[in-house]
Design a protein around this ligand. Structure first.
Ligand SMILES: Cc1ncc(COP(=O)(O)O)c(C=O)c1O
Length: 387
């Protein structure tokens, strides 16, 4: 039977934009050098977390069986939310099944025109994640994009809207997932105070690694004078899945009553929440791993820039090698894969046009030798002009 989807796939198939799932390869783990995932602290394999998850399955079973709204839930979630609020210095927290679900449902709930009594104006960093983009589209807000990390541009735009009495929001990631650079939170805080805006922060790639005890960049700033929501995930440095929203008590109550992805979705499995709680409590003990990751980042960025590579404005464990050309990116990803080195090839629309790149995600389990092994292959590529 003919469907228009066939045409779409057919057209895409002949371009570099066609996406397909990587095939699982049974390989000796020891020979693989994996820079392609976000398990930054190696917690996805941590024995204490695995034990906690297994224990939760044995007590509570596999599934949560219903939405949290309609049935009594296990106790880990309350414990986790209390602990998150404490460490994020907010009144309350709420757990979601995934980061995408949290961003989409929370942003669309707080941007509800009916509740706000008019169309909100949202100032959004132009490189924010797709889940934020989708939520802003869905909410039909007035969407004002500012240049990536550019608070001067943000200020100009805020000034332009200064006499506009509609509710205003600033939305940004704190560590950017594709660029590995960080948002200027001090400036954003000052602008939010001056122009009386709400602030929404996405700490997906910062949670576990930055701020006080690894609890995110937001912990370095006092947000008590600015209405705010901080979102972060358990799917990256915390090695599991799910996401948190840290906010005021009243906003938590509002989200429980309004966030569609919370109300109309089965709660996260008990083992996921138990693992999240263990991981959350573990990260405050992982300063050594954070320091190691920081120093790996510094040496890798140095090695790559000495080699003449464009690594954009990365200052963290996420390092893009910006090649621009999509074909080269995919060819090199393929080539490195054969050498048992996994990196992610990132193309538009995930990144802007002409910004195709290899994305390197460093992990605390990596060593200086791993970086040297990568550089050896990389130099061969360059010398032999494989691209
Ligand atoms: C900045 C950012 N926010 C949100 C998400 C979504 O998180 P999750 O993978 O838990 O759905 C991601 C995932 O890549 C992300 O990079």
């Amino acid at each position: 039977m003919y469907t228009p989807y066939q045409d779409y796939i057919h057209t895409l198939n002949n371009t570099l934009k066609y996406r397909k799932l990587p095939i699982f390869r049974q390989e000796k783990f020891s020979s693989v050098l994996d820079f392609s995932n976000n398990d930054y602290l190696g917690l996805s394999q941590h024995p204490k977390i695995l034990k906690e998850a297994i224990n939760a399955i044995q007590i509570y079973g596999m599934g949560a069986k219903s939405s949290r709204i309609s049935s009594i839930y296990h106790p880990f979630c309350d414990q986790l939310e209390t602990q998150i609020a404490l460490d994020k210095k907010t009144e309350a927290a709420l757990f979601f099944s995934s980061g995408f679900q949290a961003n989409f449902s929370v942003l669309s709930a707080i941007l509800d025109r009916g509740i706000l009594g008019g169309c909100p104006v949202v100032f959004s960093d132009r490189l924010n994640h797709a889940s934020i983009y989708q939520a802003l589209l869905f909410s039909q807000c007035e969407w004002v994009r500012y240049r990536h990390l550019d608070t001067k541009h943000l200020q100009c735009l805020l000034e332009k809207y200064a006499k506009d009495s509609r509710p205003k929001f600033i939305v940004t990631e704190t560590v950017f997932g594709m660029d590995g650079d960080t948002a200027p939170l001090k400036d954003i805080h000052a602008l939010a105070l001056k122009y009386k805006t709400f602030v929404y922060l996405d700490e997906a790639h910062a949670t576990g690694l930055f701020g006080i005890n690894g609890y995110g960049c937001s912990t370095l700033q006092d947000w008590s004078q600015v209405p705010h929501i901080i979102m972060g995930t358990f799917s990256k440095a915390l090695g599991g899945s799910g996401a948190y929203i840290a906010c005021s008590k009243i906003l938590k109550e509002y989200l429980i009553n309004k966030a569609q992805g919370f109300i109309y979705s089965t709660a996260p499995s008990p083992c996921v929440v138990a693992a999240a709680l263990r991981a959350w409590n573990l990260i405050k003990t992982m300063n050594k791993e954070r320091l190691h990751l920081k120093s790996l980042g510094e040496s890798f960025r140095k090695m790559l820039t000495e080699q003449g590579e464009d690594i954009g404005s990365s200052t963290t464990h996420i390092i893009p090698i910006i090649l621009k050309n999509e074909e080269s990116v995919m060819e090199i990803q393929h080539y490195l894969g054969f050498k048992h080195i996994y990196v992610s090839g990132i193309r538009p629309p995930t990144v802007p046009p002409n910004q195709a790149r290899l994305r390197i995600g460093l992990k605390a389990l990596h060593t200086q030798e791993d970086l040297l092994r990568f550089m050896q292959e990389w130099k061969k590529l360059r010398e032999n002009r494989i691209y």
